[in-house]
Design a protein around this ligand. Structure first.
Ligand code: NAD
Length: 495
């Protein structure tokens, strides 16, 4: 893959065309009341674009378009093979526009261009393609009834899906939902985060070019308390599929209960534990994966390995190696393809990370302090050691590159520490003892457990959390369950 150089991306950034309008019923348009909001480039610290600020009236229009498309049937009733052809074209177009989409993502979020190009955009296209390829290979069931009846169990599209997504992987997480929702035949209204709306708005144009019928895919940019809430309370939205904070997830459950009892699928926060035993098969590999697990995407990763649990006998050596490894993760210009660490999403989020570090200093040892760097919106690798497991540092989701280290003596203690969280998204275990790896994997309360790696995986495996990390699962065939109704057709046969 050609990552080019800083000058290439700076030049491209000067000339990039930015789509700022809502996309409803196959057309771009301004918000009903013409209002806009600024999306800020965290690296340049300036307004990147004024984007349409969708509100209830716009959501109503988008849901109506989605409903009409669903009832019209040119997508919902199309054969899986037909949907597959269109979605494959959609994925092809995303790949063809990889540089443009990656640049939008990097300008809007401050993430390194290297990662947008290598991970976000190809990953998003892969998600669309994976479900395109899967959908004509999924069969229904015939129940084991007696000979005088036939009972078929079939899956059908549900109707209008609202997808509400965050800013840390804007296009990737949107496509984890769009892939299974669209492949199953539903219509979708996507609301990107107000902090990163640009890639989703551009994506809508590509969907149209690929041949998705008008109204099947709509994008309403706007704020959570306006467009987001209007979707959550809408009586004609059947499913809301959400990735974001646990706090917002709880609000969506209330709004669904207060409106039409729509299904609410939540992918929420995390505080994942990464346990390294003294018999770790490759300490340097564990160090590298630990650094990537907490510093990648500036630590703004739901499944980041935020809590490092080290067996006492190797702790000092591990921390020495980790400090060395952290030198490769210094904040830099996101448009430079050599940059491994970019900006936090905005200055107010940087302030929040700073305040966690300030509060932590009072009772824990700061082994590495990432606060001093030339970028207002960046925090470099930060490591606290010997942290009280009950403290805010250990319990709250900081969502920045702040690693919290605790030492342990026994397997039981490690397991208790790992499970001592209201979250349960991921967990990792490093050991060469196969029995211990199995034993612990089954007892960890987390949706994904990694043995001798951190956060490996692909589209074939589900992703989601236990406890307050959420309820549904993205990725894999299991995600289709979120976007389909299960119907029984019981036929009495004439004898
Ligand atoms: P957030 O909850 O503030 O916002 C997420 C989305 O919800 C945005 O589009 C926002 O506009 C919208 N929203 C906010 N309030 C709303 C409301 N009342 N009604 C409807 N919509 C509303 O989260 P964030 O700060 O954008 O993202 C960071 C969070 O996302 C972290 O907690 C992180 O762990 C989580 N996350 C989870 C996963 C996962 O798969 N489990 C993946 C990535 C991020």
């Amino acid at each position: 893959m050609d990552f080019h150089n800083l000058a290439y991306w700076q030049e491209k950034a000067k000339n990039i065309a930015i789509e700022t309008r809502l996309f409803i019923n196959g057309e771009y348009s301004a918000a009903a009341d013409n209002s806009v909001f600024a999306t800020i480039a965290p690296a340049a610290q300036q307004t990147l674009a004024e984007v349409a600020r969708g509100k209830k009236a716009d959501v109503d229009r988008a849901v109506q378009a989605a409903r009409s498309a669903f009832e019209r049937g040119d997508w919902s009733q199309a054969s899986p093979a037909q949907r597959k052809a269109v979605l494959n074209k959609f994925a092809n177009l995303m790949e063809a526009h990889r540089e443009e989409l990656a640049l939008l993502e990097t300008l809007d979020t401050g993430k390194p261009i290297r990662h947008s190009l290598r991970d976000d955009i190809p990953g998003a296209a892969r998600a669309i393609r994976w479900y395109a390829e899967a959908i004509d290979k999924v069969y229904g069931e015939v129940a084991p009834t007696g000979g005088n009846e036939l009972a078929m169990i079939v899956r059908e599209p549900i109707g209008v899906i609202a997808a509400v997504v965050p800013w840390n992987f804007p296009l990737l997480l949107a496509c984890w939902k769009l892939g299974p929702a669209l492949a199953s035949g539903n219509s979708v209204v996507l609301k990107p985060s107000e902090k990163s709306p640009l890639s989703a708005l551009r994506l809508a144009g590509l969907a149209k070019e690929a041949g998705l019928p008008d109204g099947v895919f709509n994008v309403v940019s706007g704020f959570g308390h306006e467009a987001g809430q209007a979707l959550a309370r809408h009586p004609d939205v059947e499913v809301i599929t959400f990735t974001g904070s646990t706090r917002t997830g709880k609000q969506l459950l209330k709004d669904a209960g207060d409106s039409n009892m729509k299904r609410v699928w939540l992918e929420a926060g995390g505080k994942s534990a990464n346990i390294v035993f003294a018999d770790c098969p490759d300490l340097q590999k564990a160090v590298n994966a630990t650094a990537g697990g907490i510093f990648y995407n500036q630590g703004q990763v739901c499944i980041a390995g935020t809590r490092l649990l080290l067996e006492e006998s190797i702790a000092d050596r591990f921390l020495d190696l980790l400090k060395e490894q952290a030198k490769g993760w210094q904040p830099g210009n996101p448009l430079d393809p050599n940059t491994a660490m970019g900006m936090l999403i905005d200055n107010s989020h940087a302030d929040s990370v700073h305040s966690f570090i300030r509060a932590g200093e009072a009772h824990s040892t700061l082994l590495l302090d990432g606060r001093k760097n030339p970028w207002p919106a960046a925090v470099g690798p930060t490591i606290f050691v010997d942290v009280d497991p009950a403290s805010a540092l250990s319990q709250e989701e900081i969502f920045g590159p702040v690693l919290v280290v605790t030492r342990f003596k026994t397997e039981e203690q490690a397991l208790a520490l790992a499970n001592d969280s209201r979250y349960g998204l991921g967990a990792a275990v490093w050991t060469r003892d196969l029995s211990r790896a199995h034993r612990i994997s089954r007892r960890l309360k987390a949706g994904s457990v990694f043995v001798n790696n951190y956060n490996d995986g692909d589209m074939t495996v589900p992703f989601g959390g236990y406890k307050q990390s959420g309820n549904g699962r993205d990725k894999s065939l299991h995600a289709l369950e979120k976007f389909t109704e299960l119907k029984t057709i019981w036929i009495a046969l004439e004898s």
